[in-house]
Each structure stands twice: as structure tokens, then as C-alpha cells.
Design a protein around this ligand. Sequence first.
Ligand code: ATP
Length: 249
Amino acid sequence: MDAAAQRAGGAAIRVEDLVKRFGSFTANDRLNFSVASGEIFGFLGANGAGKTTAIKILCGLSAPTSGRVEVAGYDVARYPEQVKRRIGYMSQHFSLYNDLTVYENIRLFGAIYGLSLSVIRERSDQLLRRLDLKEQRNRLLGTLSLGWKQKLAFSVAILHRPHIVFLDEPTSGVDPITRRQFWEQIYQAANEGITVFVTTHYLDEAEYCQRVSIMVEGRIAALDTPKALKEQGRSESMNEVFLKLTRPN
Ligand code: ATP
């Protein structure tokens, strides 16, 4: 953790009264939460609840209508470049390039993140060994399965060893075994000190998070550990918690 994050009292993310409006529509309605350094934080909500809108603001890709957002100890509105250097981002939509090889993708994103060629080579070897993908180094990415692509995309999103990685529906459309392996990667990253901010529609994955927030129509309707949320909602599973909050009737 650097000095700015220490000044923020160890919080990786701090959101105060965040509001985002599109015309008269309020997509994020006074969000308040913080995420501790090294935490795995699940950001859940039905389609259109406002998750991606909030993530874009946290990453400095979109400006809030009002409120204050601090990421890695920096005010995102004032220091977007400092923030961008300290975060990784992966979404289901934008991943790697199918017409480049596995290694070319790693080299491209390593260069975008400002890593030297020697560091890229070293981390690439490490990454390919960890993923058991060494043999596929020179294969076109487009020939790999979606599961492999997503596992590689995650590794690439943390290639520059960011403080925080934002994962927007990273396991969408991926089979259960690959999802499990993907979560092992997430745990490994968290063990290495990376804060993980993840959205998912798979409620079993919410159980793997240390804390979970559930958004309903732009507001945070609940935020706690999965265990506490189940107790509060007298629910057997996160699925039940989610359904009770998002479909109260
Ligand atoms: P999903 O799970 O489907 O990805 P989400 O929780 O990420 O949903 P957002 O993409 O944040 O939801 O969208 C929240 C609401 O804000 C939606 O009703 C969406 O139509 C609206 N919205 C998002 N971006 C814009 C925009 N640029 N202009 C107008 N409305 C927008």
C-alpha cells in the first residue's frame, strides 16, 4: 500500500453520497460504502440496477453528478491518472484480441500498463506457467475456449500488480468448473494483496465474497457478509436473499 492509500485509513475504495443522473433518471442514488484493502467485495444487483454505471465512475471513466469517490487513496475526480495506474479492469464485453496470439496479447496489455519488455517477459512466463498455458503461448487467442480467454484476461488485468481489480461479470457464460477455477485465481490475487471488486449474476459466487452489496434501482438495499445477509433475511442462500430484496412482493 502506498502513502495515499495509508492516508485513506487502509480503505481501497471509499464512496460518499455518489449520485449519477442521466437526464431525469437516477442510475446511482446516494451510494455510500467502502472496501477494505485486500477485501473481495461483491457488487450485486439485477439488470439495470446501476452497477456498471458505478464501476465506470470508480475507474475514472465517467464523472459522477455529485458525491466523492476515493480509489487507492486518491480522489478519482482530481487524480484520475493516479487511479488508473493503480487499478485493473476486466469486463465480459471487452476482453483480449482474438486475432493476436496469447503472448502478443500479454505484451500489448503489459505495454499499455507501462511495463518494460523484460518485466513483461518475466511476468508472462510466470503467468503462463501458473495457468498451464505455456504450450499455447503462440496460439491465436481466438482458438481458445471462452473459459481460457477469461482466465487469461483476468491474469492480464493484474499483470501490472494493481491495488484493486474491477471485474464486471467476468464469469458470464462460463461453465461451472471454469468458474470455480476463475475464483481460485481471484483468491490467489487477494492473497497477494489485491483488492477485488466483482459483479456477478451467479448468486453462488456471492458466497465466495467477504462482503456483498445488493443494489436495487440505483440504491444499495443491503451490504454485509453473506452469512449476516442470510441471517438478516432469514434466508437459506444468497439466491433467496437476492430474490427477497429485488422482488419484495
Ligand atoms: P447489467 O447487470 O444489465 O449490466 P447494471 O446494474 O450494470 O446492469 P447499468 O448499466 O449501470 O446497470 O445501468 C443502470 C441504468 O442506467 C439502466 O437503466 C441504463 O439504461 C441506464 N444508463 C446507463 N448508461 C446510460 C447512459 N449513458 N444514458 C442513459 N441511461 C443510461
